[in-house]
Design a protein around this ligand. Structure first.
Ligand code: MGD
Ligand code: SF4
Length: 684
């Protein structure tokens, strides 16, 4: 199971003379349909990357200078267990937080729960999908999930709002988008940039950055006033339509034109195109949606628009997800104190998961709640904007920071102990069991023994549990036992899965709503809430409200960023194969802006924000594919850790330039699109 991103495509690895040769998609897997993306294929080089972490390291201070020295696993565990025990005795064992992004994180979650802490956060919430999950949860009673429950293969009209599918590569999602286009679906792309999907669209709406909610309200205005919404669906499933209809009255396309820069006729025409194809119209919920701080409200507008079109639970819209009913391996269930959630819910009562930035806020200074951190597979400093200073302060006040990673990264520099995990090609992990259209299980099993002195996450968590006297929570010798036991409960076995890799199971519920049959939604009213009772009770706008974004100061541009097909965030830049495909990022500049600045394609510049922070040098790409008020760059470049020899100094880092982080008042997400930069020419 590929681990280069979190779509988790199943694959087969072929070797030649005991060395990795190629990776191919598993044809039985609905996540990939037999094909891997660029990054998945190139993932093979993560195994042989010469810069991998090789052995455990601990921080030592000699002659006033700090450095890392290699130690045995035994020594590393002694140091960690000793400090964790001190923290538990002096402050309480709930004072430990886990930050994780990836499959192995669950082993450490179990370890920390057994120790007494349940505080964990994934950047994939507050820095990514959180607003949409919160908004769809408030509207439909459940989130979109991952893989996204979008039924694109059957859509007749697809609307992408800043979702650049094709550059952002989630394998089967790209395939189903192309399938829909082959079948004649209408594609509408809303993006300040002429993105790859914009190039395949019938309508490209080059919106003024940050004004999407204005467009969404205007679309609703047209659907309501021209009676184009699905009246039967709304009557059968929704509540709050009258309030919504009144709410959208002021927001006609002429009003939206002044905000978005989009022609009123184009707004009307696209609303009618959506209505014509409904309910097989999918207004895509987006994925990375932490933009301007009003993100839950924007995502609510997307959810409501889908409800008006009747697409939730209908073919071509959103299908109903199901997963395999897989029992947990029999082991004592850790029951830690859940008090830490009070910290999060004091500010964000609608949120039931950890928020990375809130946990970090509560880790700075001698009186902070948290005293120790475990960081698994997340380079916090390039992932969460505006936290460099806090991280430095937290590193001073926390009594222990443990980082588990495969590579040396900026974040490993903050650690007291660094533990080298082996790559996904050298380890077992939990079975892939995702809620999706066809319930499937997929097995990740090692193609090679771990290189160097690296180890799998399950081994590290279990061994550390032994040093903490918590071995009863890991009552197996090898993770194969867990996998085999679980598989046998559902009529398979490890032996079978090692042969087939992926196994499908029959669904127990229908994929779509059944016509005429009542549906109970998990909302206070039991219906789809166009008007949200939860939001009203928590003091937020119960219907989506538009907040105009700030405009760039004179001489500055909106800092727009996105993905590229060859890389996943910053984690693949040093991968030798993927680096070869894309060794640096470039800054896209409109020709008019380039003329004013006197810059040309190919030359290097530095980006500078209004606070004077400058980036590493980055090449200019002059193109009409970006609005004149914005620049665009691919996220993930500009690594500063010299131990990643290819990635170090290659391209520029967008995160370090973000000076205006806007926190979402509903769910605490970090809006990252409100920053500005200008270009400073390199002295030749
Ligand atoms: P973004 O990266 O924010 O999210 O992928 P997406 O969900 O697509 O989207 C960037 C797009 O938003 C760009 O086209 C940009 O021009 C547009 N945009 C910028 N500002 C605005 C605005 O104000 N309004 C509108 N309408 N559009 C705007 C992220 C997704 O990608 C995620 S969350 C993950 S975890 C995966 N990561 C990933 C990866 O790292 N690499 C690759 N190749 N694919 C990936 N797929 C996934
Ligand atoms: Fe791997 Fe690409 Fe699939 Fe992500 S989409 S899991 S990188 S093959």
């Amino acid at each position: 199971v590929c681990n280069i991103c979190f779509w988790q495509c199943a694959a087969t690895l072929y070797t030649e003379n005991g060395k990795p040769w190629k990776l191919e998609g598993n044809p039985e897997d609905p996540h990939c349909d037999g094909r891997l993306c660029t990054r998945g294929t190139g993932g093979i080089a993560s195994y042989s990357d010469p810069d991998r972490l090789r052995q455990p390291l601990i921080r030592v201070s000699r002659n006033g200078k700090q450095s890392f020295v290699p130690v045995t696993w035994e020594k590393a565990f002694e140091v960690i267990a000793g400090r964790m025990q001190d923290i538990a005795e002096q402050h309480g064992s709930d004072r430990f937080a886990l930050f994780s992004h990836g499959d192995g994180g669950r082993h450490f979650r179990r370890l920390l729960q057994a120790y007494g802490s349940h505080a964990y956060a994934h950047p994939s919430f507050a820095q990514c999908r959180g607003p949409r999950e919160t908004a769809f949860g408030l509207t439909f009673g459940e989130g979109v999930g991952s893989p996204d429950r979008t039924d694109m293969a059957n859509s007749r009209c697809i609307v992408l709002i800043g979702s650049h599918i094709g550059e952002n590569l989630h394998n089967s999602q790209v395939q189903t988008l192309m399938q829909a286009l082959d079948q004649g679906a209408t594609l509408i792309t809303v993006d300040p940039r002429f993105s790859v999907p914009a190039s395949k669209s019938k309508h490209w709406l080059p919106i003024k950055p940050g004004t999407d909610t204005a467009l969404l309200l205007a679309w609703m205005n047209v659907l309501v006033n021209e009676q184009l919404y699905d009246r039967d669906y709304v009557a059968q499933y929704c509540s709050g339509f009258d309030e919504l209809a009144r709410h959208v009255q002021p927001y006609n396309p002429e009003w939206a034109y002044l905000e978005t820069g989009l022609e009123p006729e184009q707004i009307r025409e696209t609303a009618r195109a959506m209505a014509r194809a409904a309910p097989a119209t999918l207004v895509h919920p987006g994925r990375h949606v932490t933009w301007y701080g009003d993100d839950t409200q924007r995502c609510r507008a997307i959810a409501i628009l889908n409800a008006l079109l009747g697409s939730w639970g209908r073919p071509g819209g959103f299908y109903r997800q199901e997963k395999v009913d897989l029992p947990a391996f029999p082991a004592p269930k850790p029951e830690p104190d859940h008090g830490w959630m009070d910290i999060v819910q004091a500010d964000y009562p609608l949120v039931a998961t950890g928020i990375s930035n809130v946990l970090i806020d509560h880790s700075v200074g001698p009186d902070a709640f948290f005293k120790g951190w475990f960081i698994y597979a997340t380079n916090l400093i390039t992932t969460i904007p505006g936290i460099r200073k806090q991280l430095e302060q937290a590193a001073e006040s926390l009594e222990l920071i443990v980082v588990v990673d495969t590579m040396p990264a900026e974040i490993t520099g903050y650690a007291d102990v660094v533990l080298p995990e082996c790559t996904y090609l050298e380890r077992h992990d939990e079975l892939r069991n995702k809620a999706e259209r066809t319930p499937t299980l997929a097995l990740r099993s090692p193609a090679f023994a771990p290189l160097h002195d690296s180890r799998p996450a399950w081994w590290i968590a279990k061994a550390l549990a032994g040093h903490l006297g918590l071995e009863s929570y890991f009552p197996w010798q090898d993770y194969r036992e867990v996998l085999d036991w679980q598989l046998r409960q559902v009529g398979s076995s490890l032996e079978e899965m090692e042969r087939v890799g992926v196994k499908s199971f029959p669904r127990k519920t229908p994929v779509y709503f059944e016509p005429g049959r009542a549906v109970k939604f998990n909302t206070p009213s039991g219906r789809i809430e166009l008007y949200s009772q939860h939001l009203a009770e928590a003091g937020h706008d119960p219907l989506p409200k538009y907040t105009p974004p700030e405009r760039p100061p004179e001489g500055f541009f909106h800092l727009n960023y996105g993905r590229a097909a060859a890389h996943t965030f910053g984690r693949t830049i040093n991968n030798p194969l993927l680096f070869e495909l894309m060794p640096e990022n470039a800054v896209w500049v409109h020709p008019a802006a380039a003329a004013t600045l006197g810059v040309r394609s190919g030359e290097y510049v530095r980006l500078e924000n209004p606070e004077g922070t400058q980036s590493n040098r980055i090449r200019v790409r002059v193109t009409q594919r970006i609005r004149p008020d914005s620049v665009f760059m691919v996220h993930g470049f500009g690594h500063t850790d010299p131990r990643q020899r290819l990635a170090h100094g290659a391209g520029a880092d967008d995160t370090a330039l973000m000076h205006n982080v806007r926190i979402d008042p509903v769910m605490g997400g970090t809006g990252m699109r409100a920053s500005f930069v200008t270009l400073v020419r390199e002295e030749v």
